[in-house]
Design a protein around this ligand. Sequence first.
Ligand code: ZN
Length: 257
Amino acid sequence: MTASVYGALTARAAKTLKLLLKRNGVSFATVAQDKKRDGQPKEPEDDKMNKPLKAFEVRDNDEGHCTIQFATNSATARREGASELNVDWESVESCRRKPEFDSYAPGPVPPLVLIAHGWHFECSECYRQVSDDMGEDLEAEDLNPNDFVPRGHGKHGVFCSEACEEKHTEDLRLNKDAKAELLRIFNEKFPGATVQHVHVFGNKLEPSEPGFCGHRCSVSFTFPGATHGGSTFVYGDDDMCLVATGDVKAFNEWRDN
Ligand SMILES: [Zn+2]
């Protein structure tokens, strides 16, 4: 019997069905369970309230990517892990209990802890593979392993070394400075415009290159009289503005005044 069939029954018919099920050795608990799945109080939520979350390692069978999921049962961990790994249920190679990570519920497990348990990550700055046994690779590159002590970066990221963390911090600072400079240039050219978003790719102001995917440095804005949404100022050798066709007249009038 499916939950939807039960849900559509009248009270009287349901009572009759319960009796039939009893006679056939099916307990009413089975029916109630089915009813829950049919949009009534949902079982996983009940579980979350009553049962402790446990850690599961979910691995995909293609790239070998893994994620730690906290759930009350393996099926939920597998489903949520597949979603996080962006694969379907069948593409999950394994879903294993990892009690050593239970104490980090509801997650995430810090990347440095995962590294200590044999995981490897890409450095957020230089993309080097960071693991507990990276020393051999470093020596093969004539690098001093002592210079590469992994450091956590946010909830999910890792830097391979202090040098990469410093480079990242410096790039963020330069990007912020470049955005401030772009905003200054824009405001000088277009006083009265309303800035929506300032975008700088990388750590300095550079014109967009032909063939470059998107604009390196740009400002999204609106102006008095615009009725077709935002326009875009593109920083470069000959600064240009991308304006909706229906707003070009209003833009020119605004610029002329
Ligand atoms: Zn690095």
